[in-house]
Design a protein around this ligand. Structure first.
Ligand code: NDP
Length: 478
């Protein structure tokens, strides 16, 4: 049994309550680790350590910050196999995918190591009267809370800019997937990150997470997770006027026009629908296909999806692994039941699966549903599993209305070779990200985040560095 520990002031510690939570291997339903059930006292200890480290870290020269963060990236790369195995075990994702994600976890540190060196402030001259400059100062102790779908990838995406900007961090990974964040502590020590700069408190959102967001001295909250949780967090953070960045759910449209490169669109759609069991906030869950090519796209897609192997995450041929947890597995199955009640026709998949040797794991067949109205619950609510709907459309105006019909606004994927149309739709669609003829192509300098109920604020590049700093205008009369 693996015992996960908190990482506070550079040391692995047990929770003050002495209580642990069982953590399951989603591939076989067996408990393989125990996770600290941390409470307010653990969060307070993490805060004290972070606060004590702040003055030193804030004043550490940018080049030294760069060296430490860059070294963490190198050490993640060197330990890639170990981290990937831990991530796959914890999350249920295929091992090959976990290996790819570890590259990105290292990149997050490398990217923001460089940002620490390059981040600079603006100055504004008022002719011969004055010169203004903007001091961008770190906030102090900040809170970072991340979800279970891309555990280390999203954890590092938050903590790397927070630290690069000179803050100290109290963080909480999801209690379903704490393993790689736990391993990261060791690497931070080896890389020479000063004690207290990064503190990791494990436990439940309702206790440990809530203690972080409620802590009045924690200056900002960067949160990625569900919209309902985001709303709850905002209700705690907003009245005290602390900064927050919320990356929330999505119900993303994937639109294929008849003039698109259909082969490429179908191939990418298989990925954008079912990668990581569909448990990526950016997955396209509502596929809209122009009527004239609908039957062709549908039949080729069904064929490609039927060929996806679902099962043991360590099998290199497996494309779809296990669903992260029993409650989430049941939630996705609940949506499949609802979809059928709403009149869906199941084109492929549609039920749970018990692969031989993994009968107690949580597997769901990659599923395509047809025949649903754009406004039914299946087409409006985030399912966050290997389930998509497919709908034909007749005009650009019609599909734009449907695409914009949900309360979410995270990402759109658009397939067309008509450049004018691509620009037109990109400008009028209500999502924070628009991919044209590609999906999940990420440049870490770009603003990342959603509109409407998909979030508040943006991550990535200077957006993240700005979020984690306070701009102060200094005006000097000449
Ligand atoms: P949750 O909202 O359930 O949880 C996210 C994190 O918040 C977890 O660490 C959770 O802890 C914690 N948490 C839960 N309740 C509280 C609370 N009251 N106070 C503080 N922290 C709390 O999301 P999931 O983990 O289920 O992740 C899936 C969701 O994340 C999906 O909606 C998905 O779309 C979204 N997401 C958005 C992304 C984006 O960039 N926009 C990217 C990836 C995912 P615990 O696990 O212990 O409950």
């Amino acid at each position: 049994m693996i015992e996960i520990k908190n990482f506070i002031n550079g040391e692995y510690t047990t929770p003050q309550s002495g209580i642990y939570i069982d953590n399951y291997n989603p591939s076989n339903g067996i408990v393989f680790s125990k996770v600290p059930d941390s409470n307010e006292a653990d969060v307070q200890a993490a805060y004290v350590a972070a606060n004590a480290a702040f003055e030193g870290w804030k004043n550490t020269p940018a080049e030294d910050k760069f060296k430490v963060l860059n070294r963490i990236a190198e050490l993640i790369d060197l330990n890639r196999d170990k981290f990937a195995a831990a991530e796959s075990l914890d999350q249920g994702k295929p091992l090959w995918l976990a290996k790819n994600e570890m590259i990105r976890a290292a990149q997050n540190f490398r990217f923001f190591a460089t940002a620490a060196m390059q981040f600079s402030s603006e100055s504004h001259a008022m002719e011969d009267r004055a010169i203004n400059y903007t001091l961008r100062q770190p906030l102090g102790v900040v809170g970072c809370i991340s979800p279970w779908n891309l555990p280390l990838y999203l954890f590092t995406w938050k903590i790397a800019p927070a630290i690069a900007a000179g803050n100290c961090v109290v963080s909480k990974p999801s209690e379903f997937t704490p393993y790689t964040a736990y391993l990261l502590g060791e690497i931070c020590n080896e890389a020479g990150l000063p004690k207290g700069v990064l503190n990791i408190v494990h436990g439940l959102g309702a206790s440990a997470g809530n203690a972080i967001v409620s802590h009045s001295k924690i200056k900002a909250i960067s949160f990625t997770g569900g919209t309902a949780t985001g709303r709850h967090i905002a209700s705690i953070v907003a009245p005290s006027f602390r900064k927050m960045s919320l990356e929330l759910g999505g119900k993303n449209p994937n639109i294929i026009f008849a003039d698109a490169d259909l082969e490429k669109a179908i191939k990418t759609t298989v990925n954008s629908s079912f990668l990581n069991q569909g448990e990526i906030c950016l997955c396209g869950s509502r596929l809209f296909v122009e009527q004239s090519v609908y039957e062709e796209v549908k039949s080729k897609l069904i064929e490609a999806v039927k060929a996806l192997k679902t099962g043991d995450p360590s099998d290199p041929d497996v494309r779809v692994g296990a669903i992260v947890s029993k409650p989430h597995f049941e939630k996705v199955l609940g949506y499949l039941k609802l979809a059928k009640e709403e009149g869906a026709t199941v084109l492929t998949g549609g039920k749970a699966l018990q692969p031989v040797g993994f009968e107690n794991g949580w597997y769901i067949e990659p599923t395509i549903l047809e025949g649903l109205n754009w406004d039914c619950r299946t087409n409006q609510e985030e399912i966050f599993g290997p389930v998509i709907t497919i709908t034909p459309f007749n005009s650009e105006e019609e599909v734009l209305n449907w695409a914009n019909s949900t309360e979410y606004g995270l990402a759109t994927t658009l397939w067309t070779n008509d450049l004018t149309r691509a620009h037109r739709i990109a400008a009028s669609i209500e999502t924070g990200i628009v991919w044209v003829n590609c999906w999940l192509l990420r440049d870490l300098r770009t603003p990342f985040g959603g509109m409407k109920q998909s979030g508040v604020g943006r991550e990535g590049g200077w957006e993240a560095m700005r979020f984690f700093t306070e701009p102060k205008n200094v005006c000097i009369a000449l």
